[in-house]
Design a protein around this ligand. Structure first.
Ligand code: COA
Length: 321
């Protein structure tokens, strides 16, 4: 028995914003952003929500798997930008999809959120509690971006991706690792609503992303190859056995650094960040869906998914397609 991804889907907001468009807002240039990050444009919401994007991505994943919403037993939404504190995004998605029999809840591990949700769903299916799980990573990061900060506003985009996981007799998820380091939380943060009541003075709140880019860069280039190696050792594979590394899409130079540390050629690291930027928890499932629909994922291929982000959180998953 294994747990296998049997369908993928994704959805992006309609509006595309180029680096040149951003140069109208802040002092930057297409050349600077492309050279330092590999990003050329990104999709930004002009009305789409975490819920509406997740619903579209989930519908496509179900269609791709040949399943209906009523068959879904578990529905997880990984997000750090929900529209509502309560109810959770997953319950809203459940309602709009018509997945009446699914248990639904959100999971926030920032850019590693989709991966952690995948591992959570794996555990429920592996334990025999559910037969399947629909997992979405959905973000509208443009809500929490400081559009006057050129150090962050050029990096992020909005979107959603989803996969359907199911118990299977075919090989699927082989093994994974996940890590958290809360002591480094200050290097990438965004305040939420803070304590405010008649008995305290006005709180200091900055509900926009603040980041020490260099620290995050160094963390990713060091920890991602280490956790990929740890995962592969666990399942007795080597980097050379892997057909594709589907990594969190934050920065082309980070991915190049990871490829170098693993001694694996860049051809095995597909990228879409030039068109979509960093979509946090949506990055991995959107790229996976694009690869799936382009016919680049063949049955039996070995993939490694790996994500990292605020928390700090990071992890990797080895699987057979
Ligand atoms: N356009 C032009 N100049 C910019 C700029 C922009 N969009 N953003 C920053 N700069 C400037 C800085 O102000 C600084 O100028 P100064 O030397 O006059 O002070 C200069 O470029 C260098 O800044 P620095 O932060 O050292 O650049 P960098 O090479 O580290 O690149 C990042 C910055 C953000 C692209 C890079 O650190 C990075 O990608 N880090 C990882 C971030 C990430 O992926 N976060 C999400 C993880 S999930």
């Amino acid at each position: 028995m294994s747990v296998k991804i049997i369908g993928t889907g994704s959805a992006l907001p309609q509006k595309e914003i180029t680096n040149e468009d951003l140069a109208q807002l802040v002092e930057t240039s297409d050349e600077w952003v492309r050279e330092r990050t590999g990003i050329g444009s990104r999709h930004i919401s002009t009305g789409e929500t975490v819920v509406s994007l997740a619903v579209r991505a989930c519908e496509k994943a179900l269609e791709n798997a040949g399943k209906t919403a009523s068959e879904v037993e578990m529905l997880l939404v990984a997000t750090c930008t929900p529209e509502r504190g309560i109810p959770c995004a997953a319950c809203q998605v459940q309602s709009q999809l018509g997945a009446a029999d699914a248990v639904a809840f959100d999971l926030n591990a920032a850019c590693a959120g989709f991966l952690f949700a995948l591992h959570t769903a794996w555990a429920y299916i592996e334990a025999g509690i559910y037969e399947n799980a629909l997992i979405a990573g959905s973000e509208v990061l443009s809500k929490i971006i400081d559009w006057t900060d050129r150090g962050t506003c050029v990096l992020f985009g909005d979107g959603a991706g989803a996969v359907l996981l199911e118990r299977s007799n075919m090989p699927g998820i082989l093994g994974f690792v996940q890590h958290s380091d809360g002591t480094k939380g200050e290097v990438l943060k965004c305040d939420s609503r803070q304590l405010k009541n008649p008995y305290i003075s006005e709180p200091i709140n900055f509900p926009y992303v603040q980041m020490d880019g260099r620290e995050v860069f160094a963390f990713a280039v060091r920890q991602v190859p280490a956790c990929i190696t740890e995962t592969l050792q666990k399942v007795q594979l080597t980097p050379g056995d892997v057909d594709l590394f589907v990594l969190h899409q934050a920065n082309k130079r980070i991915i190049e650094g990871i490829s170098k540390r693993l001694s694996v050629e860049m051809e095995k690291f597909p990228m879409n960040l030039d068109r979509v930027g960093n979509m946090s928890s949506a990055a991995i499932p959107v790229l996976l869906d694009e690869l799936n629909r382009e016919g680049r994922l063949r049955e039996g291929m070995t993939l490694v998914l790996s994500g990292f982000g605020a928390g700090l959180t990071y992890g990797a998953c080895a699987l057979r397609w």
